[in-house]
Every structure is written in structure tokens, then in C-alpha cells.
Write a protein that binds this ligand. Structure first.
Ligand code: FAD
Length: 394
């Protein structure tokens, strides 16, 4: 009989591990434990179509709920794992129950980073990571007129776009001098500044926050310098942190993410990990990386499943990502960090262009705006052939 496998975290990566294990011929007992009440679902629409009310919760399910029954996957929702006893190979659940495992997979994702500010615990100060968060935000948005978004990253800007479409007053506060600074070039940032301003967003850069104002409920955001921006709802969207505490407390190697090798194996040979909660070495980019993307959650999960059924695997992905804001689709292929040169092809004024990022003459990433063909091409070039001569002339 095959050893039983338990997966902690019923999100994008956890569900994919389970699916791929069955596809790969694993017939043993398989449990998928998640602390949310829903079947595994996709998060990207949370800040896009789901927040806008264009799709309901069923539109988010990764697979129909019946899939788990037919695949003999024991999906255990609403259940939080509190601790891992590696010696006994046993999990302690928050309910006090215990559950043993033969092999364990951690797919615990991330949680929204919080801000350490006076008033951050007031009613109406929210983060966005789950269906429950969006249910709350949607209710509040309907009842209010003014939203302040702290952080001009993908999630903050996507919510700004949806809130403007709903006719709300939107202010975005960003501490850096341009939006999405960590991941895109000045050209792309400039494009998104103009885009949001043309839709009526009050986008404030280089802006520090002093405190969140109000009584029990938030009524405004006090900026450094004293101005108070009125707000009925404040979304804090300043990034995410890996859910790696469970692993750390169990004595696994952790460093801003659970450390795994190319098979997704942690420092314990009986425990693998996949998705946003992991950190691994990328030979392609010559450094350790932690990714927060659907691509990584799916592909790393597949690698983990392959490894668990005894196949050789060495996961080193060509990362890609996307963001939808208004009628603009930003698609990112590769990781641009460390670039020393860029080339812009097409015209930002036409809302259709791409930016190629080079490092020592080598193409490392491409951001495409409303240009899906260049995105697909970039994925092929960066992923497979790494040929600089496919770049357009400067
Ligand atoms: P998750 O999907 O977060 O799943 C982890 C699950 O584990 C969660 O359900 C969590 O509650 C559960 N869990 C954690 N600890 C425990 C425990 N102790 N016991 C039981 N369960 C536990 N990516 C893109 O590529 N493109 C996008 O446009 C995009 N947009 C996004 C928009 C939003 C609003 C968000 C939040 C994310 C977005 N992402 C996007 C990122 C993408 O959704 C994540 O990279 C992906 O969901 C990661 O999958 P995961 O399985 O690692 O983690």
C-alpha cells in the first residue's frame, strides 16, 4: 500500500498537488486540508471581476466540488493545522484533534502584510487576500463613497480601477516615487500613473502616513505633514508575507519562505512545499527567489507531485504574471530585477507596447501592455532559447 499524503493549504498549489498526484498514478490516501470554508479557488479575480460583482464565488472554484469526491481526494475545509510533530509524523489541528501522515506537503500561501500605524486596528481598515475579505470590502464599498488605498502595487491598483468603475472617490497613497516600483520600469510606472489619473484616481507618490484617524471606525488617513485624507474604507495593500511559521516552529529551514530544492523538498525528506510559501534557488536567475504567482503555484505543485511519485524533476521556472486594470492587461514574462538596460517597442500613447529588460545584453524579462503576442513570444524566448538576437534593434 502507498504511503498516505497530507497536503496543508487548499489553495492553488495544494489543489494542484492533489490533482497531479492522481494524474501521476498515486492511488493511496490523499487528504487536502484548508482553513477556509470554500473549495480551492483562484485568487486573481478577487481584486478584479469578483470584487466588481461580475462573477460569483462559484466562478472562482478551481474545479467543481464533485471533482474531489470522484478523484478520491479527502477535502477537509474549515480546518486549521496548528503544529507539525515531525518525529511522530503527526499534525495537531486547531480543534485539538490529531492526524498522522506518511508524506506531508505544505502549500500554505501568504498573508497580507499589515502596517504598524496608530489606528490600523480600526473598523473599516481592511486587507485583501480571500473571499471573506472581498465580501467585506464589497459591502463596505456599496455603503461608502471614499476609499483610500495604501500601496500602489498590483492589488492596490486593481482595486482602485474597480472602485472607480463603481463611481467611488479613490485616493492611492504610495511611499515610493512610482507605482509597482519593485517590479516594473519607469516607463511602465509612468504609463500606469497616467492611466489611473485619467480615470480620476488621486494617486499620491512619495507619501508617508502618520496615522489612521477616527473613533471605532476609520474616518481618514493622516499624512506626514498633517493633511487628513477623508476615508470610509482604507485598504492596506502593501504586499504579502509567506505563511512559514508552521514550518519554522517544526524546525524546518525557513528564510522568508520555506526553503525547498528543485523537487520542492524541504529540509525534511518527508515534507515537501509548493507555491507562495516557498523559497528556492533559481539557476536561471542565479539567486534564491520567492514568487507570488499562479504560474509558480501550479508549476511547482506539479513538480512536487512528480517528485512524490518518484520521478526526476528539477524545478527552475520561467516566471510569468499578469494584472488587469481598466481595459489594460499588463503581462510580465521573466524577472526584471537587476536589469541594466531597457528597450521600449510600440507606443504607450496607443496603450499597446512592450518593454524588454536586458542584463549584460541578455533578455531577462518583458512587460507587455495590451500586447499578448509579445508576451507569449517573450515567454518562449526567455524560457527556452535565451537568444538576444531576437530583440528589436535599439
Ligand atoms: P493560496 O492560494 O494563498 O492558498 C493557501 C491556502 O492555505 C489558503 O487557503 C490558506 O488559508 C491556507 N492555509 C494557510 N495556513 C494554513 C493552515 N495552518 N492550515 C490550513 N490551511 C492553511 N497571481 C497571478 O499570477 N496573477 C494575478 O493577477 C494575481 N492576482 C492576485 C490578486 C489577489 C487579490 C491575490 C490575493 C493574489 C493574486 N495573485 C495573482 C497571486 C496568486 O493568487 C497566488 O500566487 C496563488 O494563489 C498562490 O497559491 P498558493 O496555493 O501558494 O497559496
Amino acid at each position: 500500500m502507498q504511503e498516505d499524503i497530507v497536503i496543508i493549504g487548499a489553495g492553488q498549489a495544494g489543489a494542484q498537488v492533489a490533482h497531479s498526484l492522481r494524474q501521476g498514478g498515486f492511488e493511496g490516501p490523499l487528504r487536502l486540508i484548508g482553513d477556509e470554508p470554500h473549495p480551492p479557488y483562484q485568487r486573481p479575480p478577487l481584486s478584479k471581476k469578483f470584487l466588481a460583482g461580475e462573477i460569483g464565488a462559484e466562478g472562482l472554484w478551481l474545479r467543481p466540488p464533485a471533482f474531489y469526491t470522484t478523484q478520491n481526494i479527502d477535502l477537509i475545509p474549515d480546518t486549521r493545522v496548528a503544529a507539525i510533530d515531525r518525529d511522530a509524523k503527526r499534525l495537531k489541528l486547531e480543534s485539538g484533534d490529531t492526524l498522522s501522515y506518511g508524506k506531508l506537503v505544505l502549500a500554505t500561501g501568504t498573508h497580507a502584510r499589515l502596517v504598524k500605524l496608530d489606528g490600523a486596528d480600526k473598523d473599516g481598515v481592511v486587507t485583501l487576500r480571500s473571499i471573506a475579505d472581498v465580501d467585506l470590502i464589497r459591502d463596505r464599498l456599496q455603503a461608502t463613497g471614499r476609499i483610500v488605498i495604501v500601496g500602489a502595487g498590483y492589488i492596490g491598483l486593481e482595486v482602485a480601477a474597480v472602485a472607480r468603475a463603481l463611481g467611488k472617490d479613490v485616493t492611492v497613497l504610495e511611499a515610493q516615487d512610482r507605482p509597482m516600483k519593485r517590479v516594473v520600469s519607469q516607463t511602465v510606472s509612468d504609463f500606469f500613473i497616467r492611466l489611473h489619473e485619467s480615470h480620476g484616481v488621486d494617486l499620491r507618490l512619495n507619501t508617508g502616513i502618520e496615522s489612521l484617524e477616527g473613533g471605532d471606525a476609520v474616518t481618514g488617513v493622516k499624512l506626514q505633514g498633517g493633511e487628513v485624507v477623508p476615508a470610509d474604507l482604507v485598504l492596506v495593500a502593501v504586499g504579502a508575507e509567506p505563511n512559514d511559521r508552521l514550518a519554522a516552529e517544526a524546525g524546518l529551514e525557513v528564510d522568508n519562505g520555506i526553503l525547498v530544492d528543485g523537487c520542492g523538498q524541504t529540509s525534511d525528506p518527508d515534507i515537501h512545499a509548493a507555491g507562495d510559501c516557498t523559497r528556492f534557488y533559481s539557476g536561471r536567475y542565479q539567486r534564491s527567489v520567492r514568487m507570488e504567482s499562479v504560474q509558480n503555484a501550479i508549476d511547482q505543485a506539479k513538480a512536487v507531485a512528480q517528485s512524490l511519485v518518484g520521478q526526476d524533476v528539477d524545478y527552475d521556472p520561467m516566471p510569468w504574471f499578469w494584472s488587469d486594470q481598466y481595459d489594460i492587461k499588463l503581462q510580465i514574462a521573466g524577472l526584471s530585477e537587476g536589469y541594466d538596460d531597457t528597450r521600449v517597442v510600440g507606443s504607450p500613447d496607443d496603450h499597446k507596447f512592450y518593454v524588454a529588460y536586458l542584463q549584460a545584453g541578455r533578455l531577462i524579462a518583458v512587460d507587455s501592455i495590451n500586447s499578448p503576442r509579445s508576451h507569449m513570444m517573450a515567454r518562449r524566448v526567455i524560457g527556452e532559447i535565451w537568444r538576444d538576437d531576437l530583440l528589436p534593434a535599439a
